[in-house]
Design a protein around this ligand. Structure first.
Ligand code: TYD
Length: 206
């Protein structure tokens, strides 16, 4: 039986990495057969593409190039790592996936949903996540917790206005995709982790 495919989404500084680390410790304890991976990246070639996309020096990169590079990294990662793990019946947990492209490139960059859906048709048609966990915290709150953006990260440098558009993009996606479930993450990291575990249990993932 094909394994379940769960993705995590959120704005910059939403605490995704911390939450995924805590979740991974829990899954280890439960003895779940899973892999934890991330986008952009997750395979050797996709990690090379990641470096090009995020390189703070690549200020001349146009929006379409950015969107296509994310899509290219994704399809490589899917074929090389995600699909084989799902075929083996493993639970696959991915830090960001196609909803990031829809929110960042589709909504915030303004390329539109249709363009992003088209260039990601392989991912959307054959590998739609069973569940997407959205860590729901506004960029204004998240930036306060994170103490500012990383100057070497091209995406983080984009400022509050851009990231608010990303957040609104996620909110719009939630209206049309019931698989995306918001998790309140305004409490402590342990409270947020409890919310995530409760959601995964309620959805029959663990
Ligand atoms: P990363 O350092 O992994 O950020 P985070 O810890 O917030 O997940 O960098 C990934 C960046 O790429 C992040 O700013 C979100 C962005 N991104 C897109 O714009 N489109 C995409 O399709 C993906 C996967 C990520």
């Amino acid at each position: 039986m094909r394994g379940k495919f769960i993705t995590f989404e959120g704005c910059e500084g939403s605490g995704k990495s911390t939450q995924l680390r805590l979740l991974s410790e829990y899954l280890d304890k439960l003895g779940v057969d899973y892999i934890l991976t991330r986008e952009p990246g997750g395979s050797e070639i996709a990690e090379q593409i990641r470096k090009i996309i995020l390189n703070g020096k690549n200020t001349a990169m146009c929006d379409e190039c950015e969107a296509l590079l994310y899509a290219a990294a994704r399809v490589q990662h899917l074929k090389e790592k995600i699909a084989p793990a799902l075929d083996k019946g493993k639970l696959v947990i991915c830090d960001r996936y196609v909803d990031s492209s829809l929110a960042y490139q589709g909504y915030a960059r303004g390329l539109g949903r249709e363009y992003i859906e088209n260039i990601n048709s392989f991912a959307l048609e054959r590998f739609t996540p069973d569940l997407t966990v959205f860590l729901d915290i506004s960029p204004a709150e998240a930036f306060k917790r994170k103490h500012g953006a990383d100057p070497d990260d091209r995406m983080e440098q984009l400022g509050l206005e851009f990231h608010t558009r990303v957040y609104n993009g996620y909110k719009a996606l939630m209206e049309i995709a019931p698989r995306i479930c918001a998790v309140d993450c305004l409490g402590s990291k342990y409270e947020t982790q409890d919310n995530i575990r409760a959601l995964l249990k309620a959805k029959g993932v663990i």
